[in-house]
Design a protein around this ligand. Structure first.
Ligand SMILES: [Zn+2]
Length: 187
């Protein structure tokens, strides 16, 4: 009886296959609704796709495509906007605010800044900026006035009185004296 039932079922399936109602999957034993050219079920197709995308050369190609895609100006702009929007979400803002207060973050920032300001091109740029700033008429004028102020003069006087500054000055004088003396002796 059971064998008979099974037989009947198989016959029924064969019939449906021949009528192009269903298809038997190529890689597993499921039937799926007939679609022209389709030989595998959705699950197997997905699995095959996943397997394919795990191949190193495919992964690399996909990464490259993604990079190229993200370099397009309109895409870049879109990404920027999305990131900005994300950062403005209250929970994200709060999380960032907290993160910025951690000692690790602060240490990391300090380290980064030190590294940044020590780069030769940055040093040179900053030197140039300072030089240019000093050359600006209004800055020059401000500086001239500052140097004439009693506060500045007092400050300078105090500076010159500092032991290490005094010592440096004496040392320079001694050196100058010895240089001159030597020059005279050589004559
Ligand atoms: Zn399948």
């Amino acid at each position: 009886m059971e064998i008979f039932e099974e037989d009947k079922e198989i016959k029924q399936l064969m019939l449906r296959i021949s009528r192009k109602e269903i298809t038997l999957c190529e890689t597993c034993d499921t039937f799926f609704d007939y679609v022209p050219q389709k030989t595998t079920c959705d699950e197997c197709k997905k699995a095959r796709r996943r397997e394919y995308e795990q191949r190193p050369e495919v992964k690399e190609r996909n990464r490259k495509r993604k990079r190229e895609y993200e370099q397009r100006p309109e895409v870049k702009e879109q990404i920027r906007k999305r990131k900005r929007k994300y950062r403005q979400r209250p929970e994200v803002k709060e999380r960032n605010r907290k993160r910025k207060q951690t000692p690790e973050y602060k240490a990391q920032q300090r380290e980064y800044q030190r590294e940044y300001y020590n780069r030769p091109e940055v040093k040179e740029r900053r030197r140039k900026q300072r030089r240019e700033k000093r050359q600006r008429p209004e800055v020059k004028e401000r500086e001239r006035k500052r140097k004439q102020s009693p506060e500045y003069k007092e400050q300078q006087r105090k500076y010159r009185q500092r032991p290490e500054v005094k010592e440096r000055r004496r040392k320079r004088q001694r050196e100058r004296y010895h240089r001159k003396k030597k020059l005279r002796e050589e004559e």
